[in-house]
Design a binder for this molecule. Structure first.
Ligand SMILES: O=C(O)[C@H]1O[C@H](OP(=O)(O)OP(=O)(O)OC[C@H]2O[C@@H](n3ccc(=O)[nH]c3=O)[C@H](O)[C@@H]2O)[C@H](O)[C@@H](O)[C@H]1O
Length: 445
């Protein structure tokens, strides 16, 4: 009995022990499972966050094939695309009745930023596109992007030559208009990097037109040509009727080529196209490669500046045009642009084709530009007067704007001293040079 009892007690002990051990094993394995699933969850979350970040802020740089592959296999990726598309749609949606839906190329550029802001402020939908290249300090472009972002303008980072990207944008948004401002700018840089002008101003423009002509509906397009197309023209002031077949720089030649390409796409596909010939645009958030901008910098830093004169010793002059006047011209051109007549790559009838000068109608010698800056900066410039190098420059520009006035009441209102004052105020604010200017102001007094 005792034996049986003892045996029974032993058996029951060993059963209990076995149960206890199995409990402990279960607890441990659950803990292990919990720990590993936590790890897995965290890793997945991290990957998802990285993908969301990449596709929200950096969608275009990834290879398209990579997109498709990942898209097919990842739930997280599709939600990242969702976030990107949401941003694209949100930015493009007009906030006023009958508002425009505008794709602004070169939106992080000087004119692009100002136009995007003006369109957004009046209730139009605006989506930016910019490749943020390093032709000049990209941090200035990033600062413009940050400003636009505060006003709900989203800039897609991508290149004009990326056809799948452009097609994707047109899949997501039915743009009514394109304001095409992306370009390789600068007349003198064309001798250093000629290919960049062909890539952006010709190939990029054609790529954009190819996508636009196939879109349904086709958008109306307003784009930036240049006063430089007048080249060696000697008739003054420059009228749209004057000859433009003698460009003095490759930059000018690519802009002139753009005007001819515009004619072709209008003729074959019924795209509504308006080219705007900008005359030396200046102002706050301007381009550091332009003379008024780097003269300001160099004068403040006590460096000498080259002031060009013609071969026969005459002053070089420009019809400097203030950015706000240019913005009004761009918006006027957009508002009066008729609809394209084609759809899905087929022309259905004749469409509008226009070219306008947008200038200030009042040329100012470069020497005068320098003395206005000297006054505003309270600093004497170290001027080095030299003959204008033959690297693309023209001696003189002067716009006749009667056509733009007739068609959309374009009337420039800012003279050079007023516009430069606004520029210098922005410049010292942005680059933090107020102290220096103030100190010099005190010393001069
Ligand atoms: O309207 C345009 O279609 C172009 O305008 C602008 O070209 P430009 O009018 O040449 O402006 P910008 O370089 O600021 O030179 C201004 C003046 O300073 C003189 N200049 C220049 C440099 C220098 O070192 N010294 C000098 O005297 C120079 O001789 C000139 O007289 C845009 O850059 C260009 O992208 C395009 O849009």
């Amino acid at each position: 009995m005792m034996d049986r009892m003892g045996c029974a007690a032993d058996t029951s002990k060993s059963i209990k022990l076995e149960r206890y051990n199995s409990y402990i094993r279960r607890v441990n394995s659950t803990k292990l499972l919990n720990a590993s699933s936590k790890l897995l969850f965290r890793a997945t979350l991290l990957v998802a966050l990285i993908l969301v970040f990449i596709f929200t802020f950096n969608y275009p740089p990834l290879a398209d094939t990579t997109h498709r592959h990942l898209h097919a296999h990842s739930h997280f990726l599709s939600s990242a695309f969702g976030a990107w598309e949401k941003q694209v749609r949100h930015s493009s949606t007009p906030r006023r009745p009958n508002g425009l839906t505008v794709l602004v190329t070169g939106a992080a550029g000087f004119v692009g930023t100002h136009c995007s802001l003006a369109l957004k402020k009046r209730g139009d939908g605006v989506l930016g596109l910019d490749n943020f290249n390093s032709y000049y300090d990209p941090s200035l472009k990033r600062a413009r992007q940050a400003m636009l972002s505060k006003h709900q303008v989203f800039i897609v980072e991508g290149d004009l030559n990326d056809k799948p990207l452009l097609e994707k944008l047109f899949d997501v948004v039915a743009f009514t208009h394109i304001l095409h401002l992306a370009a390789q700018a600068g007349v003198r840089y064309a001798m250093q990097n000629p290919q960049s002008y062909v890539t952006a101003n010709i190939a990029g423009f054609v790529n954009l037109l190819e996508v636009a002509k196939s879109a349904n509906p086709q958008p109306s397009i307003v784009w930036a040509s240049s006063s430089s197309v007048y080249g060696l023209n000697t008739e003054n002031p420059f009228s749209e009727l004057h000859r433009t077949d003698q460009p003095a720089s490759l930059y000018a030649a690519t802009k002139k080529a753009g005007e001819e390409i515009a004619h072709t796409y209008n003729h074959i596909y019924g795209l509504s196209l308006t080219g705007l010939r900008f005359f030396t645009v200046y102002g706050p958030w301007g381009r550091p490669d332009m003379a008024y901008f780097f003269f300001t910098k160099d004068i403040l830093q006590g460096k000498s500046i080259d002031v060009y004169e013609t071969q026969d010793g005459k002053q070089v002059a420009r019809d400097f045009t203030y950015i706000d006047d240019i913005v009004k011209g761009c918006l006027g051109a957009l508002d009066t642009a008729e609809k394209s007549t084609g759809s899905g790559g087929k022309k259905r009838g004749p469409a509008q084709l226009r070219v306008y000068n947008l200038g200030n109608t009042s040329p100012v010698p470069v020497g005068r530009l320098v003395s206005i800056l000297e006054g505003l900066l309270n600093t004497k410039a170290k001027k080095h007067v030299i003959k204008m190098p033959s690297n693309g420059d023209v001696p003189y520009t002067h716009a006749n704007v009667s056509l733009a006035f007739r068609d959309f009441a374009y009337k420039p209102t800012t003279d050079l001293p007023t516009g430069l004052r606004k520029f210098v105020k922005w410049y010292v604010g942005y680059y933090g040079l107020q102290q220096r200017v103030k100190r010099e102001t005190r010393l001069d007094n």
